[in-house]
Design a protein around this ligand. Structure first.
Ligand SMILES: NC(=O)c1ccc[n+]([C@@H]2O[C@H](COP(=O)([O-])OP(=O)(O)OC[C@H]3O[C@@H](n4cnc5c(N)ncnc54)[C@H](O)[C@@H]3O)[C@@H](O)[C@H]2O)c1
Length: 465
């Protein structure tokens, strides 16, 4: 490790301890020690973004000392793919005892996050978890309790906040460009490639991902909470499953062997993607997980059409919808304020000059090192009694709109630098975003609005500063 970079890192950690700018607080560094990391959940996100990319970008300050998963084949593959030679463990507890890490990274199936977060905090480690924080309110409560009693800290990897486009919206709102925000229209469209893929995978089962209200919309609700700088107060929602699952005209065992492959619009040839073959297909025998599963299978029990009204503690009302079978993937938002309106949108094909390849779009977003030209994307600011202004934001699609890399740098390199936009997310942010989706599920089941207060012991605040 270069002396300089180690000094910088140690200094940043001590700044964190002093100011809690970012919630990683108390790594116990010796003079020659690198940050000892273990990762649980060696799937696609764990091996790429939190595995290979950390090794490639930050090996001077951190080292992987253990990997854990329930699938032994995937564990061996992960070691090769990430490029590490650390021990692997089928048992998470054994890994903690043997490796005594500083930081645990959790990238397992959503409904299991809480187990590893709670055990990790109680073992005396800091924890970094992928979104969503968790899928149920009681699990969130356990996490909050463990963080408090252990004195350790939790980071939630909300990457969308770090995209320059989303940060620009935050800046405009922080500067009260349209006065006080009173209402918001927020609509997210998933296409028949990416949107459909959730129904092929474990995400299609409520008890694995908590439905897309939680798995996917936690990103959107986190942006909303952060943009509005207030907490949700009450949620009323509708949701149904009308397109995928039992609604399909036929179904097969999996795409590879399906007798309907020639007439199914959703046929997906996994054999064309070597990474997916190595990660999942080669390891099916260990856990039976089928990555090219049928999206019309009867067991799917999540919604594919979702809409909600969310009332915030500061009186803002939000109209939100999530569609999972759109011909294009993109989103639109409009903020109405006392002095005007902000409109923003990304990837709406009719607004773009160039044709967007819908099949490759998601792969590009997940790609970390894509060579691509930056585009300029528009945000419209329309003040009352004035003509509108168009603000141009430089934007690249790769790595979730540039958010992924910035999030990593913030955690591992620049945590000591104060961030005027407060993009670092901890347990409260994770809790308040997941809880909106959980409340939406409850609202659908009960046909009534659900109050946020009482679901966990966090009291909604009007102003989160
Ligand atoms: N922030 C983002 O943009 C983003 C993008 C993709 C995924 N994610 C999140 O990352 C996490 C992983 O998603 P993925 O797409 O890599 O899924 P995946 O299915 O590829 O990987 C999940 C891994 O967890 C393992 N696993 C499941 N249950 C386990 C248990 N009880 N103990 C140990 N291992 C277990 C599985 O064997 C698998 O290897 C999810 O929480 C997901 O929401 C976030």
């Amino acid at each position: 490790m270069m002396i300089n970079s180690r000094r910088k890192f140690l200094a940043s950690i001590s700044m964190l301890a002093a100011s809690s700018v970012f919630p990683v607080s108390q790594f116990n560094f010796g003079q020659s020690k690198k940050l000892r990391i273990v990762l649980v959940g060696t799937g696609i996100r764990g091996t790429s973004f939190w595995g290979k990319r950390l090794v490639e970008a930050y090996s001077d300050i951190l080292e992987f000392v253990g990997l854990s998963d329930i699938n032994p084949g995937r564990l061996e593959y992960a070691k090769r793919y990430i490029g590490v030679d650390c021990p692997v463990f089928l048992d998470f507890d054994d890994m903690l005892k043997e490796t005594k890490p500083d930081l645990i990274i959790v990238t397992t199936v959503d409904s299991t996050h809480h187990q590893f977060i709670v055990k990790g905090l109680n073992f005396g480690c800091d924890v970094l978890t992928e979104k969503p924080l968790s899928t149920d309110e009681w699990k969130i409560q356990e996490i909050l309790k463990a963080e408090k009693s252990s004195g350790r800290k939790l980071i939630v990897g909300f990457n969308y906040r770090w995209s320059p486009y989303n940060t620009k919206i935050k800046e405009l709102l922080m500067n009260a460009t349209i006065g006080q925000v009173t209402s918001v229209d927020f609509h997210w469209y998933l296409n028949t490639y990416h949107g459909a893929s959730y129904f092929r995978r474990w995400h299609g089962l409520m008890d694995k991902g908590g439905s897309l209200w939680v798995h996917k919309a936690t990103h959107h609700f986190d942006l909303m909470n952060w943009w509005l700088n207030s907490d949700p107060y009450e949620v009323f929602a509708y949701g149904s499953l009308e397109h995928y699952g039992k609604n399909g005209p036929f179904r097969g065992e999996k795409c590879r062997t399906c007798e309907y492959k020639n007439k199914c619009d959703y046929y997906f040839d996994i054999s064309k993607d070597q990474r997916l073959m190595d990660l999942y297909v080669a390891n099916e025998t260990y856990d039976g997980y089928i990555r090219d599963n049928c999206l019309f299978r009867e067991e799917i029990d999540i919604y594919d059409k979702m809409s909600a009204q969310i009332k915030y503690a500061n009186n803002v009302t939000v109209n939100y919808s999530l569609t999972t079978y759109s011909p294009f993937e993109g989103w639109r938002i409009a903020f109405n304020g006392t002095k005007g309106r902000i409109e923003a949108s990304l990837d709406i094909p009719y607004n773009e000059k160039v044709k967007i390849d819908q099949a490759e779009m998601h792969a590009k977003e997940m790609e970390q090192n894509a060579l691509e030209e930056a585009n300029f994307e528009d945000i419209i600011v329309h003040k009352l009694w004035n003509d509108y202004d168009t603000i141009k934001v430089k934007y690249k699609k790769a790595g979730h709109g540039g958010g992924d890399q910035r999030l990593h740098d913030k955690i591992f390199k620049t945590s000591h630098i104060e961030d005027p936009y407060q993009r670092a997310a901890g347990s409260r942010d994770g809790a308040m975003s997941a809880i909106i989706g959980i409340a939406a599920r409850k609202s659908i089941a009960a046909h009534k609005p659900i109050r946020i207060e009482g679901l966990t012991d966090i009291k909604p605040s009007i102003d989160r500063t």
